[in-house]
Design a protein around this ligand. Sequence first.
Ligand code: DGY
Length: 323
Amino acid sequence: MTNKPKVLTHVPIEDDLMESICEVAEVDQLIITAPRSELLVALKDVDGILLTPRVRADTEFFDAAPKLKVISTTSVGYDPFDIPEATKHGVVVCNTPGVLTAAVANLTIASIFSLALRLFEYEPYVRSGGWSKREKAPPLGTDIQGKILGVIGFGRIGQEVTQRMQALGMRTLWHDVFDVPHSSAPESEYRSLNELLADADFVSLHTNLDASSRHMIGEAELNLMKPTAYLINTARGPLVDQVALTKALQSNQIAGAALDVLEKEPPVEDDPIFTLPNIICFPHIGTATKETRRAMRELAVKNLIAVITGKKPLASVNPEVLG
Ligand code: DGY
């Protein structure tokens, strides 16, 4: 019999991270692919859980975990977790902001370049023998210097992308639910959402997903964009109405899109969006570098250990639970 708190790990972690949890807790492991019914049973007497945003934490989840004090996710996003319900149950939800900012900015910028320079068309053109056979080459790309980048969601990642693209010669606009940014934010021009959509050559999404931001980019918003403009989404799929986006791309209402996230993940194999020549699509890899994923797991473990040992976590979304 031990008095140590009980922790459930529902995501694979390195041995050294596991050892650091074992020093302060009794640990049970549940493989990430375990069915939800097994998870609900395993939650019965745990004080803390380490998980990913693949898990939905709703009323059913919290009711199954009467002793739970902390959910620590190895992600910055926490949209699958019902935060008011967590707070009601006295559960603090910890996430991993900061350590992934550079990685997501990298993918955003790579996407902007790939679209602008049409790298996504030139590369398969060469690989499939088009150059060798002197076939008609893809159309010319476009410069990014002097073009306008519209950033929707002016938090850490939006600011990082803004700063870097300014250094590369872009003019930048921003929009967020607040209209006065933090004093450390880079200088950039504020626009209402509609103004930003109408003015930008590249629109990049960096906002959280919640009820108010779901489908913030739909048919009406896509209609405001220039026919030469591109949409980049490395945030969350449901920010964009994908049916409306598919139509806008089919009709060349906008020039193209880069999507690291989709409304349904993983997508269905025959999703019509994959038939479009003017998109590039990635399987939610914004944070998928060895260093960044390790840093995210490390921070998530530190957050978990802090809460179960009565300390303040480095990052949480409902810190009021801790008083
Ligand atoms: C995050 O951290 O939210 C990334 O999207 C990975 O889920």
